[in-house]
Ligand binder design. Sequence first.
Ligand SMILES: NC(=O)c1ccc[n+]([C@@H]2O[C@H](COP(=O)([O-])OP(=O)(O)OC[C@H]3O[C@@H](n4cnc5c(N)ncnc54)[C@H](OP(=O)(O)O)[C@@H]3O)[C@@H](O)[C@H]2O)c1
Length: 287
Amino acid sequence: MKPSGKTKVYGVIGDPVAHSLSPTLHNAAFAALKMDCIYLAFQVKSDELENALRGMRSLGIAGLNVTMPHKSAVIPFLDEVEPTAGFLESVNTISNNGGKLLGFSTDGIGALNALKGNGVKLSDKKILLLGGGGTAKAIAYALAAEVTKLVILNRSPQKIPYLTESLNRQFSGRVTGGLLEPSALLKNLKDADVLINATSVGMHPDDAHSLVEPNLLKSSLTVMDVVYNPLETRLVKDAKKAGAQVISGVEMLIHQGAASFEIWTGKPAPIEVMRKAALNKLVGAQT
Ligand SMILES: NC(=O)c1ccc[n+]([C@@H]2O[C@H](COP(=O)([O-])OP(=O)(O)OC[C@H]3O[C@@H](n4cnc5c(N)ncnc54)[C@H](OP(=O)(O)O)[C@@H]3O)[C@@H](O)[C@H]2O)c1
């Protein structure tokens, strides 16, 4: 559909932002549903963030995604933040409801729906989550409500107590943490059902690296990597070889985008269309 005087404008703000896959995902979804909407990428420097949010109100931009480095910094400029985003101190989706800006975080639900959408059952399961950054925290918060046991391992010890204590206040002792080291991986992978890499290890140009030795992977495990560039990380390749079920970072990307789409439009997101658009773009970029 060609832009008209009535076209609704959506977008993503970040710095840098030109690499973002969100315009590809959302414009494909709008086109598939024949919606008179357009999605653009706006590079916004940190010292222009407040002005950008004022602009969102005054121009009537209907919705924005927020990416690095603004996910926390944007919060003071919003009228309201839903509880998950408040707990995470991170907003990746803003909805403009008649000039009132509401902030959401869809990273956790994106990971959860990527697992569920690929048939992974979470109740009575033990999850091993690698990482203690913003993405790991969002995933931990979404999963802790669903699983029996969540173990979080991180390289930097100082982040672990804060993360586990804040989660356990809500999820009564289901979450434990530890240092990301070979002995902890060996111990926890013995009885883990799902392994999630929520660190940036394996991301291009670090393609050759994985935090998990291939001999620790097995066919009874489900392995999800949040990294989507490259499409098949070292961990995903090793997990496939071990016969494990694998879920790539693209699945999380699609589902977090789908959750934003649903917040903005109130319509079910066309997941298949979004998946095809994302994969086309990523495969094109990597060949
Ligand atoms: N698929 C998706 O939809 C999606 C969505 C959001 C983010 N992501 C991806 O998720 C990844 C993490 O993003 P983030 O926002 O959470 O970043 P972040 O807040 O900077 O956290 C990075 C995490 O990676 C760990 N880490 C980095 N290098 C490491 C190494 N060499 N060994 C062990 N641990 C290491 C850090 O450990 P320390 O705490 O010790 O530094 C930290 O836990 C990025 O690759 C991002 O692209 C994917």
